[in-house]
Design a protein. Structure first.
Length: 44
């Protein structure tokens, strides 16, 4: 629900405790290309 509302994949990665963005992408069912684009736009 947070991902749908914000599109912030990095935040979801942190909240789920995933060390690799690929795990978060797999968990959410997001296309890998879209995931990397979102991750690159997100500052931490």
């Amino acid at each position: 629900m947070i991902y749908r509302a914000t599109g912030n994949l990095r935040a979801i990665q942190i909240l789920l405790g995933h060390t690799k963005i690929e795990n978060t992408v797999r968990y959410l069912g997001v296309a890998m290309e879209d995931a990397f684009i979102l991750a690159e736009r997100t500052e931490i």
